[in-house]
Write a protein that binds this ligand. Structure first.
Ligand SMILES: [Zn+2]
Length: 245
């Protein structure tokens, strides 16, 4: 079984023309259409935690993963009501030290600064039945850091975000900032007790050849992803053939 795990970033109707990475700002109406289509086809959208039994081959069914990178406040406003309407769950990967701030890591690229969920909003997302994952502490390239600093990014974000949520099981799912990892980073993530880690490698998760749960590929969804395009990405080899990043 091939399981598509969708990767979204921002959900907003307007995105400045010509702005870098504008393609990662998906219209809320498009997102709603994507979810309605998958529901219509009999598929259930699940967070990484809820997807675990399927990834491990313990359960089979019509499921797909839903993830949001960076922890934008517009996810809370535009995704939560849609997810709840369909009884879907999703994982939002938050940046530990950036709660209530903006995507400052994008500033040098000329990318618009947008609000990230603060602690109260992240709790609201979680209380709404959704999952919070870690996208590290400061959204740095982990392979560029010294071992101690790299480890701190991975462990402290887990502890900090778990404390915010006040949930005993804590934050158990990780997403590499910039999709940047190497064997050392992967081993620290695994050693920190995370159950999965998602990458920006494009493709669907293959339950027959699951590979490493610390190197999970995803299906990129962008502003130009129509419903037809989404079908191709989820149900054909279209995305698998993209490979790479
Ligand atoms: Zn990111």
């Amino acid at each position: 079984m091939k399981i598509p795990i969708l990767m979204y970033h921002q959900l907003e109707a307007h995105a400045p023309k010509g702005a870098p990475l504008r393609g990662l700002v998906v219209r809320p109406a498009t997102f709603a259409r994507h979810m309605a289509l998958m529901r219509f086809l009999g598929y259930r959208g699940l967070s990484m935690g809820d997807l675990m039994p399927y990834l491990l081959g313990e359960k089979q069914g019509r499921v797909f993963g839903i993830t949001f990178d960076d922890g934008y406040e517009n996810n809370l406003r535009h995704a939560l009501p849609v997810l709840q309407r369909h009884s879907f769950t999703a994982t939002c990967y938050a940046v530990g030290e950036a709660l209530g701030k903006t995507n400052a890591w994008d500033a040098d690229l000329g990318i618009a600064q947008v609000a990230l969920m603060d602690a109260a909003q992240l709790k609201q997302w979680h209380a709404g039945g959704q999952e919070v994952g870690s996208h590290s502490q400061n959204h740095l390239r982990l392979t560029a850091l010294a071992p101690q600093a790299m480890r701190a990014q991975i462990v402290e974000s887990r502890d900090g975000l778990s404390a915010v949520l006040n949930e005993p099981s804590g934050v158990r799912h990780f997403c590499y900032p910039y999709g940047d990892f190497d064997p050392a980073v992967v081993e620290v993530v695994r050693g920190a007790g995370y159950l999965t880690a998602t990458t920006t490698v494009r493709g669907r998760f293959d339950t027959h050849q699951p590979g490493d749960l610390m190197l999970i590929p995803r299906v990129l969804v962008s502003r130009s992803t129509t419903w037809l395009h989404l079908l191709l990405k989820c149900f054909t080899r279209y995305e698998d053939k993209r490979g790479g990043v």
